[in-house]
Design a protein around this ligand. Structure first.
Ligand code: NAP
Length: 486
């Protein structure tokens, strides 16, 4: 008797998640793995975010695949071009098949397989792995009025607009603005930064690597692995500080206050830069040049609410008109929309959007009842506040590999509703008593639920995803299993 053939896998998205899961599956001997990518290049957020100063805020030793260390990072926190190059290299070194320029519009589980509708035709696969990230759709706030000059979002930076000698209005003070404002400030005539909520910013222990560092990483890989482990440990500490251990959080708060005091001598400005919410409610930011940029004579920090865009600038609630030549949005992403606008249909034509009508949820952030052979990468409740998301992704890769190994083409494995409900109840309960419960809207979806974040440490997530429990799944056989060469 011939052995059943190995399942084919279609991965949606060629970012860190998609390329990583494809690599792990390929390395495990799954030959038929195709990555479908909407854009004409790989890289996900590291392709899209080309704004000046775009860089990682987690040390690259941990913000890279464990199976593909890179001794050539030029600095501890690599910049966007180097991370993008690393991901492009991954495609070549892992021998990945990526179909760029192929936008997935929907997918249906039919006859034991996924039928995937794309802008370039239909693709079928036994297994579907949506890996579209949480930060691919820029969010532009709906501000009344129209500005007559150039405007763009930080994730769609318009490099054709020369910012030298211009007056620039920046809306938002999140992780992206903190990186690009210090880069554009020296060139601009004036930068007006519109801050709705002040971020907590602490020093970034960045450093350029010298040739001897790179030599050591190349020659003694253990050195870099130890760096990875140490970064992981610090990340876990930070996560517990931000989610549960308030005494640790007070230490981070102290670090922030010392940093602010050192870098912002002007008391009035300093007061405006102190957040009015608890540390941990929003992602902690790392920067050595954000506060110095804000203290520059050509920068204004405006905390009045924006009421309107005018043809020549931005108007605030106090009636002031802030003149500008360019408006840049550093306003983040629609992180809680998950797979939208793709239409995913599972058993009996059930739509994922209906399944998620009360808020996105997935067992371990990975599987949804009624959607067999579908595994989400960076799905609901898998984001972190204080550690590298790559460490979470690698747990997902291991889990997906473990289940895919057990799939016989022609049949589907479907997570049991009881398992998914139990997990969802656990998430709600733990998030409900986490430090985030007392926070305002950040991390919450339109219904007020926290659907993006994981409430524990990475270590726990890795333990729970190390191996799939067969009891959590049921088999849905919809047609005759296929055999090798069939
Ligand atoms: P973000 O952190 O979500 O910040 C968005 C900013 O825009 C916030 O300051 C927000 O204010 C403000 N905003 C939104 N709507 C507004 C409105 N209507 N009026 C005024 N202000 C408004 O977005 P981001 O900076 O683009 O970063 C997004 C995510 O990307 C981060 O959470 C981070 O995970 C990731 N990131 C990672 C790296 C990395 O190194 N790995 C680098 C950059 C970004 P409020 O705070 O009041 O909502």
């Amino acid at each position: 008797m011939r052995a059943p053939r190995k399942p084919s896998v279609a991965v949606i998205g060629a970012g860190f998640g998609g390329l990583g899961v494809a690599s792990v599956l390929r390395r495990a001997g799954f030959a038929d793995v195709t990555v479908l990518e909407r854009a004409d290049d790989v890289g996900g957020v590291w392709r899209d975010n080309t704004y000046p100063g775009a860089a990682c805020d987690v040390p690259s030793s941990l913000y890279s695949y464990s199976f593909s260390p890179n001794p050539d990072w030029p600095r501890r926190y690599a910049g966007q071009p180097d991370i993008h190059a690393y991901l492009r290299r991954t495609v070549a070194t892992e021998g990945l098949r990526v179909r760029c320029g192929t936008e997935v519009t929907g997918a249906t589980f039919e006859d034991g397989r996924w039928r995937i509708e794309t802008s370039t035709g239909t693709v079928t696969a036994d297994v579907l792995v949506p890996a579209v990230g949480q930060l691919s759709r820029p969010a532009i706030p709906d501000i009344p009025g129209t500005f007559a000059g150039p405007t763009f979002h930080s994730a769609r930076w318009d490099h054709g607009v020369d910012l030298a000698g211009r007056r620039i209005a920046v809306i938002g003070t999140g992780a992206s603005a903190v990186q690009f404002v210090p880069r554009i400030q020296p060139r601009a005539t004036r930068v007006t930064v519109f801050q709705r909520s002040a971020p907590y910013v602490v020093p970034k222990p960045d450093r350029a690597y010298r040739p001897w560092h790179r030599h050591a990483f190349e020659r003694y890989p253990l050195v870099q692995q130890l760096g990875r482990l140490a970064t992981w440990g610090v990340g876990e500490l930070l996560t517990s500080a931000l989610t549960s251990h308030r005494s640790l959080a007070r230490l981070v708060d102290l670090l922030f206050r010392v940093h602010l005091r050192r870098q912002v001598p002007d008391r009035a400005l300093r007061e405006r830069l102190v957040p009015d919410y608890e540390i941990g409610c929003k992602r902690l930011l790392f920067s050595n040049d954000w506060y110095p940029a804000l203290t520059s004579p050509n920068v204004d920090v405006v905390t009045e609410k924006i009421t309107e865009l005018t043809p020549t600038g931005v108007r605030t609630a106090d009636g002031r008109a802030h003149e500008a030549d360019v408006v840049v949005y550093g306003t983040g992403f629609a992180a809680t929309d998950f797979l939208a606008p793709m239409r995913i249909r599972g058993l009996e034509g059930r739509e994922l959007a209906d399944e998620w009508a009360g808020g996105a949820s997935a067992y371990l952030g990975l599987t949804v009842p009624g959607f067999p052979n579908m595994f989400l990468v960076y799905g609901p409740n898998t984001n972190l506040g204080g550690n590298s998301v790559i460490a979470m992704l690698e747990g997902q890769f291991a889990y997906i590999l473990d289940v895919v190994r057990r799939i016989v083409p022609g049949s589907g494995v479907d997570v049991r509703r009881e398992a998914a409900d139990r997990f969802d109840a656990e998430m709600r309960e733990r998030l409900g008593r986490s430090a985030w419960a007392g926070c305002a809207s950040w991390y919450r979806d339109d219904r007020g639920r926290i659907t993006t974040n994981w409430p524990g440490l990475v270590r726990e997530y890795r333990r729970r995803t190390a191996r799939a429990d067969a009891a959590d799944y049921r088999l849905v056989t919809t047609r005759t299993p296929q055999v090798e060469g069939a």
